[in-house]
Design a protein around this ligand. Structure first.
Ligand code: AP5
Length: 189
């Protein structure tokens, strides 16, 4: 079994950007990681079932439907036996409140060795979301993003208690992407 790394962070914090930067460097060193976006796995299943047309519609689905999609995605990802990076969420902000991204039945499938929280200052996240016109981001203010980041830390601690995985926080600040990529590489090597 390879290394199983779960990467989380609020929407727009730059998880995918940091992962892509790290994988590019790892390729030069012949270290292989399969990178899976949990949301994409859920979206493919939701599309097949005719439930949504865009990935941003998923968090508006009924709670039971989101849970069912989560379960299917986790089972698909569990089949990967080599080193894997799972790009996902500690919690998803839904109209009904925070939905755990990694409830026990997802953790049992994924069996993470480490959970990474990518964080940065809330004003930077707000700015990144506003400049990304390809997505239908929820309109949120500074304080609500702050609450979400704080809640994610609490949930990461709970996931760590359930699985014995470690938790690492990586800062992804404006103009300091290279540093975030270097921190990610330390974990993945
Ligand atoms: P997902 O696809 O993961 O969407 P997301 O959370 O909106 O995350 P993004 O990938 O858009 O943001 P990112 O943090 O990776 O930022 P990016 O690198 O693009 O999930 C979609 C949906 O799937 C969820 O809404 C949910 O419904 C569902 N889902 C997923 N996992 C789930 C789970 N476990 N359970 C239930 N549902 C789940 O960067 C953003 C911008 O910032 C870019 O413009 C980038 O250039 C810029 N940027 C990045 N880093 C820097 C930097 N250092 N300096 C300046 N700019 C930067």
């Amino acid at each position: 079994m390879g290394k199983r790394v779960v990467i989380t962070g609020v929407p727009g914090v730059g998880k995918t950007t940091v992962i892509d930067g790290a994988r590019e460097k790892l390729k030069e060193e012949n270290i292989d990681y399969t990178s899976i976006n949990f949301g994409t796995c859920m979206f493919e299943v939701a599309c097949e079932q005719g439930k949504v047309k865009s990935r941003d519609e998923m968090r508006k689905l009924e709670q039971a439907e989101q849970k069912e999609l989560q379960k299917t995605a986790a089972q698909l990802i569990a089949k990967i036996k080599e080193n894997v990076i799972v790009d996902t969420h500690c919690t998803v902000s839904t109209p009904g409140g925070y939905l755990p991204g990694l409830p026990s039945w997802v953790l049992e499938e994924l069996k993470p060795d480490i959970i990474i929280l990518v964080e940065t200052d809330e004003d930077q996240i707000l700015k990144r979301r506003m400049s990304d016109t390809s997505r239908e981001r929820d309109m949120e203010g500074y304080l609500s993003i702050k609450e979400h980041q704080e809640y994610n830390r609490a949930m990461a601690a709970a996931y760590s208690m359930l699985t014995g995985s470690t938790v690492r926080i990586i800062k992804n600040q404006d103009f300091l992407l290279e540093r975030s990529v270097a921190d990610m590489l330390d974990i993945l090597r």
